[in-house]
Design a protein around this ligand. Structure first.
Ligand code: SF4
Length: 689
């Protein structure tokens, strides 16, 4: 029987389900989905409910370790020695190679407070802006695209809003696997009669599952989202389905007219773009009419939108679609990026970008810098720093030499593994703060044992901008929470930080960040959660954004020209590979593979259409070789018509597969988000084990 319990938040996906952790001493008896959780209303999936065993897994590293060279064996040392080694080596590298030769990567798995302190360490301790977040490789195009259109980069709705949607458009997302609790909520609305349009190369569960059928599944070729969304807009504008009243009142009319002329061009019609998308024009026309005329239209999207060379363009095309139909500013509509990790929103909010301080305040603004300089007592560099891919390139060029990585396995998660490993090998100091000896730790000189979400206090911000309290339910097995470790490094660099509880960090965030001005632990404990912006103007937060106007003033229509990906199929690489997640597993799998969830998915698989399999002599369950221009891997094949002919699909949870050995270093033009979703490959039967 449990002896005590504490309410905390799941540390997997961006839904942000609340759980009551029922404890006996330091042992979890069970995780009970909390009925008062405002994101989950008492529901959960198999990750949050069962996949917590990694916290006590024997693979956890609990003692700090250092080594001079990555070929040396690790030596266990005291915290004091590890921290002083780290601070000394960073200082030596900066003395030798310059102030901008080091940086850090924050984690969307960590709390807001932890993210805040890492970027503060970089800016006030390292003296530069070389800080980036793992959101770089997932939703950075959301940040750019929605900011262009509306003046802020967040999703527009709360999850409850879907209950008022009449037409649900899902593009590049697989909610039943990747955001299961919200996926179920969406299904419930569909069972009540809402209509469904799915735009995805793969027949995801929503397309055809018990009691739910998509009205239209636009199974487009990977890499053609912009052509598809622009074709939908073409139909809406040329068939007179635009909501002109909304556009005149809420958007820049001149920009709208330029955009309307652009989308009306024949080359953007469903008939003309069919050659790129592969989707019958009649289906595109019918889906466009349904979205424009079917009542409240709500768009939900995921990494199938962002992880493309035109990821930011697609986000802006989606914003155009919502504005032209007036589907913004009330319940049941909107644009809702489904965030992959638990705290993607928060890591971005907390200033983990090389050009922005917390609250998306640009580093070049004298007024902003002055406010932070007064609070932090240091002068700040006004030049934006390096993004993650730029750090890798600078390491290869010999000018970036030291990296602090908190809670992110960049070697497994980032594209073009060969390039990443060469970059890591070229650095002189890599500090990994994590739970396990993840793949990146093979290149590390310092390993600082991190804490699980069960061992820390703080806050996460979910996909609907909901800030929720994470509460410590067991003592940190390593001795410290992650923010305390960052504080120790800062103080070894003479910064004199004196935080005694994570609430004090949030108080500082509130002082410096207008959209968090009224956020405090007291408020969160009293109200349960709050959706930012939360300040004097909106003290109880904002469930639905842009009700009376956009944050930037008038909504901005952006011309979204389709540019085909550089990644092209041909005789050597005739298939297009796209990648994704499966229900029981989570990202690089460092946590879920160390739980009983692994029983459901012991290895990655490659889905291949029966025609493509037959052409290659591949049978279901055969081991196959997947080759691309970047590299090759082997795994077992699953023959299925879930994927269209010419398309293959691979999960990416297991290090022995190393899915990113085959993905290329192509990236989004605006944000460098990798193009994980489009890789030309060949598949052939594998020989050997
Ligand atoms: Fe909820 Fe996502 Fe956690 Fe599942 S993984 S319990 S949907 S937050």
């Amino acid at each position: 029987q449990p002896e005590h319990s504490e309410v905390t938040i799941c540390a997997y996906c961006g839904v942000g389900c609340a759980f009551k952790a029922e404890m006996r001493g330091e042992e979890i008896v069970r995780m009970v989905p909390w009925k008062d959780g405002k994101a989950n209303h008492g529901h959960s999936c198999i990750k949050g409910r069962f996949a917590y065993g990694y916290a006590t897994h024997p693979d956890r590293i609990l003692k700090p370790m250092i080594r001079e060279e990555i070929t040396d064996p690790w030596s266990e040392v005291s915290w004091k020695e590890a921290i002083s080694f780290t601070a000394r080596r960073f200082k030596e590298i900066q003395a030798k190679y310059g102030v901008r030769s080091v940086g850090a990567i924050t984690s969307s798995r960590c709390t807001n407070e932890e993210n805040y302190l890492v970027q503060k360490l970089v800016r006030s301790g390292f003296g530069n802006n070389n800080v980036d977040t793992c959101a770089r490789v997932c939703h950075s195009p959301t940040g750019y695209g929605l900011h262009q259109a509306f003046g802020t980069s967040a999703g527009t709705q709360d999850f409850d809003s879907v209950d008022d949607a009449d037409v649900i458009l899902v593009i590049g997302a697989n909610p039943t696997d990747a955001h299961p609790v919200f996926g179920s909520r969406m299904k419930a609305r569909l069972r009540q009669g809402a209509r469904l349009i799915v735009i995805d190369p793969r027949r995801i569960d929503l397309v055809r599952s018990p009691h739910v059928r998509a009205d239209y599944h636009l199974s487009l070729k990977p890499g053609t989202n912009v052509a598809m969304v622009t074709a939908l807009a073409h139909v809406i504008v040329t068939e007179g389905l635009a909501n002109e009243r909304f556009v005149r009142e809420r958007c820049d009319w001149d920009e709208f007219q330029d955009w309307a002329a652009f989308v009306s061009e024949e080359r953007n019609s469903p008939e003309a773009t069919e050659q790129f998308t592969g989707v019958p024009a009649a289906d595109v026309r019918a889906a466009a009419r349904l979205y424009a005329t079917g009542g409240n239209g709500a768009i939900y999207y995921g990494l199938g939108v962002t992880e493309h060379s035109q990821g930011s363009t697609t986000v802006m095309a989606i914003a155009n679609l919502a504005m032209v139909t007036g589907n913004l500013g009330r319940r049941g509509v909107g644009i809702n990026p489904l965030r992959g990790q638990n705290n993607v929103q928060g890591s971005c909010d907390m200033g983990s970008f090389p050009h922005e301080l917390p609250g998306y305040q640009h580093i070049s603004s004298d007024k902003t810098r002055t406010a932070f300089e007064a609070e932090w007592g240091v002068d700040l560099d006004k030049e934006p720093g390096l993004r993650i891919p730029n750090m890798f390139d600078a390491a290869i060029d010999g000018v970036f030499k030291g990296l602090y990585v908190q809670g992110e396995d960049i070697l497994q998660s980032d594209p073009d593994t060969k390039h990443v490993s060469a970059s890591l090998a070229a650095m002189e100091l890599i500090v990994v703060q994590d739970l396990f000896l993840v793949e990146t730790a093979n290149y590390a000189h310092v390993f600082l044992p991190g804490a699980t979400f069960l061992e820390k206090d703080g806050t996460f911000t979910n996909a609907e901008r909901r800030i929720q309290r994470v509460r410590k339910v067991m003592s940190p097995k390593n001795g410290y929470g992650d923010w305390e470790i960052t504080q120790m490094i800062a103080n070894a660099m003479s910064l004199g930080w004196t935080y005694s509880h994570s609430s004090e960090i949030m108080d500082e965030v509130a002082r410096l960040t207008p959209r968090f001005a009224n956020v405090s632990y007291d408020k969160l404990d009293k109200d349960g959660s709050v959706q930012w912006p939360c300040n004097d103007a909106t003290p109880d937060g904002v469930p639905i954004m842009h009700v009376n106007g956009f944050m930037r003033g008038k909504g901005k229509f952006v011309i979204t020209e389709y540019v085909p990906s550089d990644e092209k199929t041909g005789p050597r690489f005739p298939l297009l590979l796209t990648t994704g997640r499966i229900l029981s597993q989570y990202n690089a799998g460092a946590q879920t593979r160390r739980t009983e969830n692994s029983l459901w998915h012991e290895e990655d698989v490659l889905e291949i259409h029966p025609h493509d399999a037959e052409d290659r002599g591949v049978r279901d369950g055969d081991r196959v070789r997947v080759q691309s221009r970047a590299g090759e891997t082997t795994l077992h094949a699953k023959v299925t018509d879930r994927v269209a002919p010419g398309v293959v699909y691979m999960t990416f949870h297991h290090p022995m597969t190393q899915a990113n050995v085959v993905t290329t270093d192509n990236s989004d033009w605006a944000t460098n988000c990798p193009e994980y979703k489009v890789t030309a490959v060949q598949v052939s039967p594998a020989t050997g084990p």
